[in-house]
Design a protein around this ligand. Sequence first.
Ligand code: PCA
Length: 311
Amino acid sequence: MTIRLTALALAGAALLAAGPAATIAVAQTWDMPVPYGDTNFHTVNHMAFAEDVAEATGGALTITVHPAGSLFKHPEIKNAVRSGQVPIGEFLLSRLSNENALYEIDSVPFLATSYEAAEKLWNASKPKIEELLSEEGLTVLYAVPWPPQGLYADRAVADGSELGGAKFRAYNTATERLASLMGAVPTQVEVPDLAQAFSTGRVNAMITSPSTGANTKAWDYLSHYYDVRGWMPKNIVVASVRALRSLDEETRAKVLEAAAAAEARGWAASREETTSKTAMLSENGITVSEPSAELTAKLKEVGATMSAEWL
Ligand code: PCA
């Protein structure tokens, strides 16, 4: 008690001595809610980002990553940052498509299906996306794509007709639309609930990355994977402008530096995941194959419809 009062008194004296214009560097801790589990490569990247920040700022800023929607559920994360409940958070960018179609440009099927194309698309769309988010008091720190999206099912899919009436797991509006256009019935399921949704028959198929399949041990609940490479949706990390402003200039610069490093590291990790996690699916007994010409044609047709709708 005495010690605490003394510390408070000292801090108060320092504030008075420094005058109104100076900022006193007070160590801060930031809670960072993220939607995906702790073995996911995005989450691993955020942990490294947090370590970099702690080290570079000499402990002036500590970031605590809360994985798997444990602090805020995925649909709540953006507004939690916006409203100041947390200073920083991650979400799937295309989930914001109901606010502006630009947010889902990375989920238009067959628009950008390689890392090179995804990077071009990000560079082209980034200024406008940054502007839109900044209007809401959010600063973009970094964005990292998932590996190319492939088709998973609890059955063999020869031409796509096998998915007629199937219950199709969706993670954003674009995947919902794709499911409907394939003649399936879409239903939103978050990654932490995925294994259970399949095991209980709530869903039979989905399109997602080899990472999400491997992270959720898809071999326990389905049998087939088709390497469709449909699109590469991105996760984005944003901080509130207010929270960034509350840092002293040097600390803020270190955060932005660590964020740039996290973006580069994340893209490299994503590339690596594509190969390693596809191999893991097959090693664990999933039948991994290229989609047939018929299935590809069907998906491309759906993609063309969705591109036209996006435009
Ligand atoms: N995994 C996330 C989004 C895209 C991906 O590869 C998911 O399945 O929800």
